[in-house]
Write a protein that binds this ligand. Structure first.
Ligand code: SF4
Length: 293
């Protein structure tokens, strides 16, 4: 099934300039660019379309998450999904990010080369949704590859049709979130359709691109064994490229952010799953011969 992304492109284009949002909370960031003239706005749009400028939330150095070794994970702003459990609701909108020049970010990445080499690490572009800003991500990934640095993207796959084969040539590993196996639950949880993720996984599998699957176990939403079986069925379509499945127990870490942004957080009363429930979920994947964490 092909993905109709025309509405996504329109949404994205409407958000491209970095004028700070009207509802910016004091202390939520000082890097808004203020009122932009038409000239400044169109100059920014041009730089973004060329991949020279991105809207970035933050970056951090992490070890043993977001891919192998020590990694610089870059969190982009802008996401077409609205996951009820999102830990980073401050990345929902592209306009809320910090304007960052690709050249500056590449310099920072270059300085980390020795650490990446010593630990078998690299960079991971996450979000928000990395594919909302494909030209910028492509520029960063291509530059990292040319420096011999391992590259990952962390994505829901919803905008997988935005990623050309050439884009994927610069990606060593895809961290693919399969948020539910049931279309109904997927939509309830994310506000979007599941099929684009399946289509993207099918493409990655055909291309021989390595995948790590992520599945968040949310009591009352994704933890029905039938739903987990459906996720496992989907993952097995990509058996030739899936290196591991990570079952991540839901937790309440994002609550404060939702409240401080004035968003309605619907999972207030949801408790993290028990260790037993998380292991039972992992067993469903293990039973298919998959490597599970
Ligand atoms: S895809 Fe990720 S960033 Fe986007 S809403 Fe879901 S959890 Fe948040």
């Amino acid at each position: 099934m092909s993905l109709d992304i025309s509405h996504e492109i329109t949404d994205t284009a409407g958000e491209l300039a970095f004028a700070p949002p009207a509802d910016r909370h004091s202390g939520a960031g000082t890097w808004g660019l203020g009122e932009l003239t038409e000239l400044e706005r169109s100059a920014q749009l041009k730089l973004m379309r060329e991949g020279q400028l991105g809207s970035v939330h933050s970056w951090e150095l992490v070890t043993a998450v977001d891919g192998p070794g020590t990694r610089m994970t870059i969190f982009m702003n802008g996401c077409p999904l609205r996951c009820l459990y999102c830990h980073n609701p401050d990345t929902f909108n592209m306009k809320d990010g910090k304007p960052v020049l690709a050249a500056d970010l590449i310099k920072k990445i270059k300085r980390m080369r020795k650490v990446f080499k010593a630990t078998g690490g690299g960079i991971t572009i996450s979000g928000g949704e990395v594919l909302m800003q494909r030209p910028f991500a492509e520029n960063i990934l291509m530059s990292a590859k040319s420096l011999g640095i391992h590259t990952c993207i962390d994505t829901s796959g919803f905008l997988g049709a935005h990623a050309s084969d050439e884009f994927l040539d610069n990606v060593d590993l895809v961290l693919l979130d399969v948020k539910s196996g049931s279309e109904k639950v997927y939509r309830e949880l994310t506000g979007r359709a599941l099929q684009p993720t399946i289509d993207f996984g099918d493409r990655l599998s055909a291309l021989g691109k390595k995948i790590w699957i992520r599945f968040v176990l949310v009591p009352g939403y994704t933890d029905d064994p039938d739903n987990i079986e459906k996720v496992a069925d989907i993952v097995c379509r990509w058996r030739n490229v899936v290196e591991r499945v990570e079952v991540l127990p839901f937790h309440q870490m994002g609550t404060d952010k939702w409240e401080s942004l004035g968003y309605d957080y619907k999972l207030k009363d949801v408790h993290p799953p028990s260790k037993g429930a998380a292991e039972a979920a992992r067993d469903i994947f293990r039973a298919r011969g998959l490597t599970v964490y």
